[in-house]
Ligand binder design. Sequence first.
Ligand code: RIB
Ligand code: CA
Length: 305
Amino acid sequence: MTTPPRILLDCDPGIDDAFALLCALRFTELAAITTVSGNVSINNTTRNARYLMDLAGADVPVHRGASAPLLVEGVAADEIHGSSGLGNLATPDSEHPESGLDAVDAILQYCADGDATVVATGPLTNIARALQKDPSLPERISHLYWMGGGTEGGNVTDRAEFNAWVDPHALDITLRSGISLTMFGLNLTHQVLMGQPEIDALRAARTSTSSVLADFLEFYRENGALHVEGQPMHDPCALLGLTHPDLFETTKSHIVTSTIDDEDRGRTFVHEPQTNVEHYVAVRADAPRVIDLIVQAAINPTPVA
Ligand code: RIB
Ligand code: CA
Protein backbone atom coordinates (compact mmCIF):
# COMPACT_ATOMS: atom_id res chain seq x y z
CA MET A 1 0.00 0.00 0.00
CA THR A 2 1.51 3.32 -1.03
CA THR A 3 1.95 6.09 1.54
CA PRO A 4 -0.82 8.69 1.20
CA PRO A 5 0.43 12.05 -0.07
CA ARG A 6 0.89 14.80 2.54
CA ILE A 7 -0.99 17.94 1.61
CA LEU A 8 -2.15 21.38 2.68
CA LEU A 9 -5.74 22.13 1.62
CA ASP A 10 -6.67 25.76 0.95
CA CYS A 11 -10.45 26.01 0.74
CA ASP A 12 -13.64 28.08 1.07
CA PRO A 13 -16.17 25.62 2.55
CA GLY A 14 -18.72 25.59 0.84
CA ILE A 15 -20.52 22.38 0.14
CA ASP A 16 -18.23 20.90 -2.51
CA ASP A 17 -15.25 21.97 -0.41
CA ALA A 18 -16.77 19.92 2.42
CA PHE A 19 -16.81 16.83 0.20
CA ALA A 20 -13.22 17.60 -0.85
CA LEU A 21 -12.19 17.92 2.79
CA LEU A 22 -13.55 14.48 3.63
CA CYS A 23 -11.77 13.07 0.57
CA ALA A 24 -8.58 14.67 1.89
CA LEU A 25 -9.06 13.03 5.28
CA ARG A 26 -9.63 9.63 3.68
CA PHE A 27 -7.05 9.61 0.90
CA THR A 28 -4.23 11.93 2.03
CA GLU A 29 -2.21 12.87 5.07
CA LEU A 30 -3.94 16.22 5.63
CA ALA A 31 -1.30 18.33 7.40
CA ALA A 32 -3.11 21.67 7.45
CA ILE A 33 -6.23 23.50 6.31
CA THR A 34 -6.14 27.17 5.30
CA THR A 35 -9.39 29.02 4.74
CA VAL A 36 -10.17 31.83 2.35
CA SER A 37 -13.25 33.97 1.72
CA GLY A 38 -15.09 32.89 -1.39
CA ASN A 39 -18.35 30.98 -1.26
CA VAL A 40 -19.10 32.77 2.00
CA SER A 41 -17.21 35.10 4.37
CA ILE A 42 -13.91 34.17 6.01
CA ASN A 43 -15.71 33.90 9.34
CA ASN A 44 -18.06 31.31 7.88
CA THR A 45 -15.49 29.36 5.83
CA THR A 46 -13.25 29.14 8.90
CA ARG A 47 -16.15 28.20 11.19
CA ASN A 48 -17.26 25.56 8.67
CA ALA A 49 -13.78 24.03 8.39
CA ARG A 50 -13.61 23.74 12.18
CA TYR A 51 -17.11 22.21 12.31
CA LEU A 52 -16.15 19.66 9.64
CA MET A 53 -13.19 18.61 11.78
CA ASP A 54 -15.62 17.91 14.65
CA LEU A 55 -18.02 16.09 12.30
CA ALA A 56 -15.25 13.87 10.91
CA GLY A 57 -13.54 13.40 14.26
CA ALA A 58 -10.33 14.82 12.80
CA ASP A 59 -7.71 17.05 14.39
CA VAL A 60 -6.12 19.05 11.58
CA PRO A 61 -5.00 22.63 12.25
CA VAL A 62 -7.31 25.26 10.69
CA HIS A 63 -5.61 28.54 9.73
CA ARG A 64 -7.71 31.62 8.95
CA GLY A 65 -6.85 33.36 5.67
CA ALA A 66 -7.89 36.26 3.50
CA SER A 67 -11.18 38.02 4.19
CA ALA A 68 -11.22 39.62 0.73
CA PRO A 69 -9.52 39.33 -2.67
CA LEU A 70 -6.21 41.13 -3.24
CA LEU A 71 -7.64 44.15 -5.03
CA VAL A 72 -11.27 43.70 -6.15
CA GLU A 73 -14.40 43.71 -3.99
CA GLY A 74 -15.31 40.40 -2.36
CA VAL A 75 -18.48 38.53 -3.37
CA ALA A 76 -20.23 35.41 -2.06
CA ALA A 77 -22.07 32.43 -3.52
CA ASP A 78 -24.51 31.90 -0.67
CA GLU A 79 -27.35 31.34 -3.12
CA ILE A 80 -25.62 28.05 -4.01
CA HIS A 81 -24.06 27.09 -0.69
CA GLY A 82 -26.54 28.62 1.78
CA SER A 83 -26.02 31.60 4.09
CA SER A 84 -23.73 29.61 6.41
CA GLY A 85 -21.93 28.03 3.45
CA LEU A 86 -23.13 24.55 4.43
CA GLY A 87 -26.67 24.50 3.03
CA ASN A 88 -29.43 24.94 5.57
CA LEU A 89 -27.11 24.07 8.46
CA ALA A 90 -26.61 26.79 11.02
CA THR A 91 -23.06 25.63 11.66
CA PRO A 92 -22.73 24.76 15.36
CA ASP A 93 -19.94 26.23 17.47
CA SER A 94 -16.86 24.07 17.19
CA GLU A 95 -14.65 22.62 19.88
CA HIS A 96 -11.89 22.51 17.27
CA PRO A 97 -9.54 25.45 17.95
CA GLU A 98 -8.54 27.90 15.26
CA SER A 99 -4.75 28.03 14.92
CA GLY A 100 -2.98 31.19 16.02
CA LEU A 101 -0.90 31.02 12.81
CA ASP A 102 -2.59 32.73 9.86
CA ALA A 103 -2.99 31.06 6.47
CA VAL A 104 -0.05 32.76 4.74
CA ASP A 105 2.43 31.84 7.47
CA ALA A 106 0.93 28.34 7.64
CA ILE A 107 1.50 27.89 3.89
CA LEU A 108 5.11 29.16 4.16
CA GLN A 109 5.77 26.93 7.18
CA TYR A 110 4.18 23.87 5.53
CA CYS A 111 6.31 24.40 2.39
CA ALA A 112 9.54 25.21 4.24
CA ASP A 113 11.18 21.81 3.70
CA GLY A 114 10.39 21.77 -0.02
CA ASP A 115 8.65 19.22 -2.24
CA ALA A 116 5.29 20.39 -0.86
CA THR A 117 1.94 19.44 -2.37
CA VAL A 118 -0.90 21.96 -2.13
CA VAL A 119 -4.55 21.51 -3.11
CA ALA A 120 -6.63 24.67 -3.50
CA THR A 121 -10.40 24.70 -3.97
CA GLY A 122 -11.23 28.37 -3.66
CA PRO A 123 -9.98 31.76 -4.86
CA LEU A 124 -6.15 31.81 -4.77
CA THR A 125 -5.80 34.84 -2.48
CA ASN A 126 -3.86 33.01 0.26
CA ILE A 127 -1.50 31.40 -2.26
CA ALA A 128 -0.84 34.76 -3.94
CA ARG A 129 -0.22 36.48 -0.61
CA ALA A 130 2.27 33.73 0.33
CA LEU A 131 4.02 34.28 -3.04
CA GLN A 132 4.14 38.04 -2.40
CA LYS A 133 5.63 37.43 1.06
CA ASP A 134 8.19 34.91 -0.22
CA PRO A 135 8.76 34.95 -4.02
CA SER A 136 11.04 31.91 -3.68
CA LEU A 137 8.04 29.77 -2.62
CA PRO A 138 7.61 28.06 -6.04
CA GLU A 139 10.97 26.34 -5.50
CA ARG A 140 9.45 24.51 -2.52
CA ILE A 141 6.07 23.57 -4.02
CA SER A 142 6.23 20.37 -6.06
CA HIS A 143 2.69 20.79 -7.43
CA LEU A 144 -0.49 22.78 -6.91
CA TYR A 145 -3.83 21.06 -7.71
CA TRP A 146 -6.41 23.81 -8.20
CA MET A 147 -10.14 23.65 -8.78
CA GLY A 148 -10.95 26.69 -10.86
CA GLY A 149 -11.03 28.18 -14.31
CA GLY A 150 -11.95 26.13 -17.33
CA THR A 151 -11.69 25.91 -21.09
CA GLU A 152 -15.36 26.13 -22.08
CA GLY A 153 -17.00 29.17 -20.49
CA GLY A 154 -17.82 30.17 -16.95
CA ASN A 155 -20.35 29.97 -14.13
CA VAL A 156 -20.13 33.44 -12.66
CA THR A 157 -19.93 35.16 -16.02
CA ASP A 158 -20.31 33.34 -19.30
CA ARG A 159 -16.52 33.34 -19.62
CA ALA A 160 -15.13 33.01 -16.08
CA GLU A 161 -15.39 30.45 -13.31
CA PHE A 162 -16.11 31.63 -9.73
CA ASN A 163 -12.72 30.95 -8.03
CA ALA A 164 -10.86 32.61 -10.89
CA TRP A 165 -13.27 35.55 -11.22
CA VAL A 166 -13.44 36.34 -7.49
CA ASP A 167 -9.70 37.07 -7.33
CA PRO A 168 -8.23 37.37 -10.83
CA HIS A 169 -5.09 39.12 -9.51
CA ALA A 170 -4.33 36.18 -7.21
CA LEU A 171 -4.78 33.80 -10.14
CA ASP A 172 -2.54 35.95 -12.35
CA ILE A 173 0.21 36.04 -9.69
CA THR A 174 -0.02 32.26 -9.23
CA LEU A 175 0.07 31.52 -12.97
CA ARG A 176 3.11 33.78 -13.50
CA SER A 177 4.95 32.55 -10.37
CA GLY A 178 6.56 29.44 -11.86
CA ILE A 179 4.52 27.10 -9.65
CA SER A 180 3.87 23.75 -11.34
CA LEU A 181 0.09 23.29 -11.34
CA THR A 182 -2.89 21.42 -12.71
CA MET A 183 -6.15 23.27 -13.33
CA PHE A 184 -9.33 21.26 -12.69
CA GLY A 185 -11.76 23.60 -14.43
CA LEU A 186 -15.46 23.53 -15.23
CA ASN A 187 -14.76 21.62 -18.45
CA LEU A 188 -13.65 18.76 -16.20
CA THR A 189 -15.88 19.11 -13.15
CA HIS A 190 -19.08 19.21 -15.18
CA GLN A 191 -18.30 15.59 -16.13
CA VAL A 192 -18.69 14.65 -12.43
CA LEU A 193 -22.39 15.12 -11.58
CA MET A 194 -23.88 13.99 -8.26
CA GLY A 195 -27.59 13.88 -7.47
CA GLN A 196 -30.35 11.66 -6.13
CA PRO A 197 -28.56 8.30 -6.47
CA GLU A 198 -25.69 9.62 -4.36
CA ILE A 199 -28.05 11.26 -1.86
CA ASP A 200 -29.81 7.91 -1.49
CA ALA A 201 -26.48 6.06 -1.06
CA LEU A 202 -25.35 8.52 1.63
CA ARG A 203 -28.66 8.27 3.48
CA ALA A 204 -28.61 4.47 3.30
CA ALA A 205 -25.13 4.37 4.83
CA ARG A 206 -26.41 6.09 8.00
CA THR A 207 -23.03 7.18 9.33
CA SER A 208 -22.51 10.42 11.28
CA THR A 209 -20.90 12.07 8.25
CA SER A 210 -22.99 10.56 5.47
CA SER A 211 -26.35 11.86 6.70
CA VAL A 212 -24.99 15.40 7.09
CA LEU A 213 -23.30 15.30 3.69
CA ALA A 214 -26.57 13.97 2.19
CA ASP A 215 -28.29 17.11 3.51
CA PHE A 216 -25.55 19.27 1.97
CA LEU A 217 -25.86 17.49 -1.38
CA GLU A 218 -29.65 17.82 -1.35
CA PHE A 219 -29.35 21.59 -0.80
CA TYR A 220 -26.61 21.88 -3.44
CA ARG A 221 -28.64 19.96 -6.02
CA GLU A 222 -31.80 21.98 -5.33
CA ASN A 223 -29.96 25.32 -5.52
CA GLY A 224 -27.53 24.54 -8.27
CA ALA A 225 -29.89 22.90 -10.76
CA LEU A 226 -27.35 23.06 -13.56
CA HIS A 227 -27.97 19.56 -14.93
CA VAL A 228 -30.89 17.18 -14.80
CA GLU A 229 -28.58 14.36 -13.69
CA GLY A 230 -27.16 16.36 -10.79
CA GLN A 231 -24.80 19.07 -9.68
CA PRO A 232 -21.11 19.22 -10.67
CA MET A 233 -18.97 18.15 -7.72
CA HIS A 234 -16.13 20.56 -8.41
CA ASP A 235 -13.66 20.57 -5.53
CA PRO A 236 -13.14 16.83 -4.90
CA CYS A 237 -11.89 16.54 -8.52
CA ALA A 238 -8.77 18.57 -7.66
CA LEU A 239 -8.08 16.42 -4.59
CA LEU A 240 -8.70 13.11 -6.35
CA GLY A 241 -6.60 14.31 -9.29
CA LEU A 242 -3.69 14.06 -6.85
CA THR A 243 -4.65 10.83 -5.07
CA HIS A 244 -6.05 8.91 -8.07
CA PRO A 245 -4.32 10.34 -11.17
CA ASP A 246 -5.26 7.28 -13.23
CA LEU A 247 -8.87 8.50 -13.17
CA PHE A 248 -8.00 11.74 -14.96
CA GLU A 249 -6.46 12.82 -18.24
CA THR A 250 -4.47 16.05 -18.38
CA THR A 251 -2.74 17.95 -21.15
CA LYS A 252 0.33 20.19 -20.81
CA SER A 253 -0.57 23.82 -21.53
CA HIS A 254 0.26 27.41 -20.75
CA ILE A 255 -2.57 29.08 -18.82
CA VAL A 256 -3.02 32.83 -18.55
CA THR A 257 -5.83 35.01 -17.22
CA SER A 258 -7.04 38.60 -17.45
CA THR A 259 -7.27 41.02 -14.52
CA ILE A 260 -8.98 43.77 -16.52
CA ASP A 261 -12.46 44.34 -15.11
CA ASP A 262 -14.33 43.60 -18.32
CA GLU A 263 -16.11 40.55 -19.76
CA ASP A 264 -12.83 38.56 -19.75
CA ARG A 265 -12.04 39.15 -16.04
CA GLY A 266 -10.82 35.85 -14.55
CA ARG A 267 -11.22 33.98 -17.83
CA THR A 268 -8.57 31.24 -18.18
CA PHE A 269 -6.96 31.20 -21.61
CA VAL A 270 -5.21 27.92 -22.49
CA HIS A 271 -2.28 28.18 -24.91
CA GLU A 272 0.25 25.79 -26.40
CA PRO A 273 2.70 24.51 -23.74
CA GLN A 274 5.96 26.35 -23.12
CA THR A 275 9.09 24.50 -21.99
CA ASN A 276 9.60 26.69 -18.91
CA VAL A 277 5.94 26.61 -17.78
CA GLU A 278 4.61 23.54 -15.94
CA HIS A 279 0.87 24.04 -16.38
CA TYR A 280 -1.54 21.19 -16.98
CA VAL A 281 -5.26 21.21 -17.76
CA ALA A 282 -7.47 18.32 -16.65
CA VAL A 283 -9.61 17.34 -19.64
CA ARG A 284 -11.27 14.04 -18.80
CA ALA A 285 -12.46 12.19 -15.70
CA ASP A 286 -13.61 8.63 -15.11
CA ALA A 287 -16.74 10.05 -13.51
CA PRO A 288 -18.31 6.86 -12.11
CA ARG A 289 -15.11 5.90 -10.28
CA VAL A 290 -14.51 9.48 -9.10
CA ILE A 291 -18.07 9.69 -7.75
CA ASP A 292 -17.67 6.35 -5.99
CA LEU A 293 -14.57 7.63 -4.18
CA ILE A 294 -16.35 10.84 -3.14
CA VAL A 295 -19.26 8.81 -1.74
CA GLN A 296 -16.85 6.45 0.07
CA ALA A 297 -15.13 9.40 1.75
CA ALA A 298 -18.44 11.06 2.68
CA ILE A 299 -19.55 7.81 4.31
CA ASN A 300 -16.27 7.20 6.10
CA PRO A 301 -13.53 9.88 6.09
CA THR A 302 -11.19 7.66 8.12
CA PRO A 303 -7.85 7.34 6.32
CA VAL A 304 -7.64 4.21 4.18
CA ALA A 305 -5.14 1.79 5.75
O1 RIB B 1 -16.85 27.33 -9.52
C1 RIB B 1 -16.88 26.35 -8.53
C2 RIB B 1 -15.94 26.69 -7.42
O2 RIB B 1 -16.35 27.90 -6.79
C3 RIB B 1 -15.95 25.64 -6.29
O3 RIB B 1 -14.70 25.63 -5.68
C4 RIB B 1 -16.98 26.17 -5.34
O4 RIB B 1 -16.77 25.70 -4.01
C5 RIB B 1 -16.70 27.64 -5.43
O5 RIB B 1 -15.61 27.93 -4.57
CA1 CA C 1 -14.56 25.91 -3.26
